[in-house]
Design a protein around this ligand. Structure first.
Ligand SMILES: Cc1ncc(COP(=O)(O)O)c(C=O)c1O
Length: 364
């Protein structure tokens, strides 16, 4: 296998423009969204971006008409049910239809140069990579048999980005079996979370609170079970959109000095908008009693967070502040501390991030 360096542009022309604007050569860019607007296809053709993924006959027809010189990469559907964000219901051709697609491409005069797949973000089962690579090997054979010069393998994303969350690899070396060294196959990947998941920390503020008594329970006999509703200045329509898909709620770090015996309550974390569905998690989180003005910290908020924010109900997108932990405060030019994020100085969360961008809601 020969690793190579490319830029992956998934969604659209705007990303293509950004990457080209950074000076990346068009030949190093792969337009990796299998479904492209015709105008985006035409833009790619005009700007010499030739590597495009596809997974359907309908898309091949569009490519033949609007970007006939494309170098196509056939996206394979993978097993991805254990991944936190599966993608294969929407993208990818099943192995059974690949030969037909390769023939259709040839009949339309199009060039297929390789294969891609994405096992779903935050892949929990490395066997899905192994299987997909083995399937790609078969597609390479089919493609070569039909006259396509197959030489590019794109193994997509799906690599976890939070330390400690990596799955154990039980069968190393299988890729070498399928694509051994020296066969001239370039291998590329499209890591997203892997690079950025741990790059940001979010600091959110409790702007309102309500205690409710639920029937049953035994916290106070005769009065029901105490539950706390916290209303935060960020929510589902802001940086937490992806949280509803997490199988287990992520527990925030509480920025408050608490005694060790502090009672814990089932809590619901709501966002600030008028939508009752604007909450961080479907389930309750167990937290101590907190007050309006207290801060909650969510580490590893770099992937699929602020980019998915909206301004629904007029709430401004979270601001990004750069903060410095105490161990770096002696460095020259230290201008930004917790204070510049609106957090009071001296709060202990500073020590959890060294020099990380922090997403802090624009308004308290
Ligand atoms: C085509 C493509 N490549 C790469 C990525 C990045 O994936 P990840 O964040 O799992 O590394 C995505 C994410 O959806 C994608 O759709």
């Amino acid at each position: 296998m020969e690793p190579a360096h490319y830029s992956d542009c998934h969604p659209c022309q705007v990303e293509l423009e950004q990457v080209l604007g950074l000076g990346v050569a068009p030949s190093r860019i792969i337009f990796a969204n299998p479904y492209k607007a015709i105008s985006h296809l035409q833009y790619a053709a005009r700007h010499g971006v030739q590597l495009l993924t596809f997974d359907s006959e309908e898309e091949l027809t569009k490519v033949a008409q609007h970007h006939p010189k494309a170098r196509l990469v056939l996206r394979l559907r993978t097993k991805d049910k254990e991944s936190i964000f599966p993608l294969s219901d929407k993208f990818g051709a099943s192995l059974e239809v690949c030969e037909h697609l390769l023939k259709s491409a040839r009949d339309l005069g199009l060039t297929v140069v390789g294969n891609s797949f994405h096992v779903g973000s935050d892949c929990k089962n490395p066997q899905n990579f192994t299987q997909a690579i083995a399937d790609c090997r078969r597609i390479f054979e089919m493609g070569r048999g039909l006259g396509h010069d197959m030489n590019l393998l794109d193994i997509g994303g799906g690599f976890p980005g939070v330390e400690g969350s990596e799955p154990e690899v039980s069968q190393p070396g299988l890729q070498d079996r399928d694509f051994p060294e020296g066969t001239g196959v370039e291998v590329i990947a499209e890591p997203g979370c892997f690079y950025v998941a741990s790059a940001c920390t979010a600091a959110v503020n409790i702007i309102a609170k309500k205690a409710v008594l639920e029937p049953g329970g035994c916290a106070r006999p005769g009065q029901g079970h105490r539950k706390l509703l916290y209303y935060l200045n960020e929510g589902h329509y802001g940086i937490f959109r992806i949280f509803l898909r997490d199988p287990v709620p992520r527990k925030p770090i509480v920025v408050k000095k608490l005694c060790s015996e502090e009672p814990i309550f089932p809590c619901i974390l709501y966002g600030p908008t008028c939508d009752a569905g604007d909450k961080l998690f479907m389930e309750e989180v167990q937290l101590p009693e907190l007050d309006v003005g207290d801060w909650l910290i969510f580490p590893s908020m770099g992937a699929y967070t602020s980019v998915m924010s909206s301004t629904f109900n007029g709430f401004l997108p979270a601001a990004i502040c750069y903060t410095m932990g105490p161990e770096l405060r002696c460095l020259p030019g230290r201008a930004l501390t917790t204070k510049s994020c609106g957090l009071s100085s001296g709060v202990p969360w500073c020590s959890i991030n060294t020099l990380l961008p922090t997403l802090a809601p624009a308004e308290l």
